[in-house]
Design a protein around this ligand. Sequence first.
Ligand code: SF4
Ligand code: SF4
Length: 133
Amino acid sequence: MFGPLAGELIKQMVGGPDTNLFPAPYAPDSVTEFLAKVEKGEAKLIPPIKTPDKFRGKIMYERDKCIGCQLCIKVCSPGAIEFIKEEKKIKIYVSRCIFCSQCNDICPVHCLHMSEDFLIADYDPYAPNLMVK
Ligand code: SF4
Ligand code: SF4
């Protein structure tokens, strides 16, 4: 009756959640006050689930290893990587990144990596947390 969905159905019934729960047991009246309580140890956050193998989170860059070949720029379809000519290094605009990992795969010196960090939402696309250099 369930055909190819049977395996997925069983996995969902016996396995843990695939998405993160809301980080507080109940929606707090004030997020700021709730986070202040967490800092004081008076409240606890529900931790996020473990990211799956080969998860593609925020890109990391080992600047010292980079040889400035620009291959990553050639394969980055959304144009998220900029070359800094004077320094022969790159700068990555994470807000433009589509997490395809093409730059990571092509880098000849393996100085780009997809991390497990996915909590990167921000109102400002140029926020320091979204600029990798
Ligand atoms: S992961 Fe893809 S989109 Fe993001 S910087 Fe690398 S090539 Fe560009
Ligand atoms: S592919 Fe690697 S070595 Fe080449 S510019 Fe990009 S990060 Fe640097």
